[in-house]
Write a protein that binds this ligand. Structure first.
Ligand SMILES: Nc1ncnc2c1ncn2[C@@H]1O[C@H](COP(=O)(O)OP(=O)(O)OP(=O)(O)O)[C@@H](O)[C@H]1O
Ligand SMILES: [Mg+2]
Length: 375
């Protein structure tokens, strides 16, 4: 088998010619080369067939009763469905004016009869290859344009979110510089506390932006090793209990025993942190939060149920995308950049798991993730 046959695999070629003898010659040797052949005996049926079967390439005769090859080519090029199919004219008309016309109506090549079979094969191979390369290039360009849009959006949102804390630091440090001597100790302390808090927020935001940049560039490497999800959940809940108590929110923990299994403890810790911090951040003071860890159909499942404002169905569609600050706003001036769930989703998916939400507006939300126990 030669190279062309190996690569022709499932590729479909539509032969358009009104003379059965011409069709037979092409059909025979192209089928031997491994192409799937379809046949149309007029321009009209070629238009119909091309739209239905989307061939990878069309070999088109020029002189045919009804609409001729040039007109057929023009029609194919003007239809969204068929405009990208490469068309090679294959005809006895060999005047330079005909050849030029063939290219001007959208043909990619022009072969005159009598032709050599090797030459036809080489040209078909070349144009199919070009088509594949073009499609690859277009897909890559599209991806690049998407990434560029995302990058611009990030820059815009990040600078917006950094402006407030920087203004706070600038304002308070200026007051301390200008009036440090006369300020009461308690005020100085309050200003320093504010500066400290917003610097922490900025560090978190920068960390999240780095996370997203790592994820989007496809460089998220998991450090998978056996670890205890039970211990991790207990530790993270203890950390967040302090934050919850400040808002008079009670946390209830229900943990089923799970033997150590393989996962990336740092990444999963980030996911747990975001779900816990969200439940506390968006709940009004005095509510309860229920945390559950257990096993479910070969997966470890973690969920957090809160009694906060819940999430409407429209907002649920946006939740896991970047920079989504939705209807629920923090109830005690906590920071909110709308990045946590987008990052959490990617981290869980990198573990071949899934993250979900169940909620009705006004009646709390339950966020859960599952990751396989047997990676
Ligand atoms: N438990 C919840 N109850 C109600 N709304 C929620 C809850 N969790 C998230 N949301 C909504 O979804 C949005 C996105 O959440 P996400 O965790 O991605 O960002 P964030 O918490 O605002 O900021 P951060 O980047 O610090 O995590 C939130 O701004 C909030 O409006
Ligand atoms: Mg969050």
């Amino acid at each position: 088998m030669n190279k062309i046959v190996e690569e022709s695999g499932d590729q479909k070629i539509l032969i358009v010619d009104d003379t059965p003898a011409n069709i037979d010659v092409l059909d025979l040797f192209l089928e031997k080369e491994g192409y799937k052949i379809s046949i149309a005996q007029s321009g009209e049926s070629a238009l119909d067939l091309a739209a239905r079967i989307s061939p990878d390439l069309i070999l088109l005769d020029v002189m045919m009763p009804g609409i001729d090859g040039f007109e057929t080519c023009l029609s194919l090029k003007s239809s969204e469905k068929t405009k990208d199919i490469p068309i090679i004219f294959i005809t006895a008309r060999n005047e330079p004016a005909d050849i030029v016309k063939g290219f001007s109506v959208g043909g990619v090549d022009y072969i005159t009869k009598p032709f050599s079979q090797e030459e036809v094969c080489a040209r078909i191979y070349l144009h199919l290859k070009l088509k594949t390369l073009m499609a690859d290039l277009e897909a890559k360009n599209k991806k690049l344009a998407e990434l560029n849009d995302l990058k611009n959006k990030f820059l815009g949102m990040a600078s917006h979110d950094l402006r407030n804390p920087i203004s706070t630091i600038q304002g308070f440090s200026k007051i301390m510089l200008d009036h440090g001597d006369t300020l009461a100790e308690v005020d100085k302390r309050e200003f320093l506390q504010s500066i400290h808090k917003v610097s922490n927020d900025m560090l978190t935001l920068l960390g999240d932006l780095l996370n997203i940049s790592t994820i989007e560039s496809g460089n998220l490497d998991l450090q998978i090793q056996p670890d205890s999800l039970v211990k991790l959940v207990e530790e993270r809940v203890r950390m967040y209990q302090v934050m919850a108590e400040r808002k008079n929110i009670a946390t209830h923990l229900d943990i089923e025993e799970i033997a150590d299994f393989s996962f990336d403890a740092n990444r999963i810790s980030q996911v747990i942190d975001n779900l816990l911090s969200n439940a506390i951040k968006f709940s009004p003071p005095g509510k309860d939060i229920y945390i559950w860890l257990g096993k479910n159909k070969g997966q470890a499942k973690f969920s957090v149920r809160d009694q906060g404002p819940g999430i409407s169905p429209e907002d649920q569609d946006k939740l896991f995308k970047h920079f989504q600050k939705l209807k629920a706003r923090p109830t005690a001036d906590e920071s909110s950049h709308g990045l946590g769930l987008a990052i959490a989703k990617k981290m869980v998916e990198a573990h071949e798991g899934k993250i979900t939400v169940e909620s009705h507006s006004g009646s709390g939300a339950t966020f859960s993730f599952e990751i396989p126990l047997d990676r």
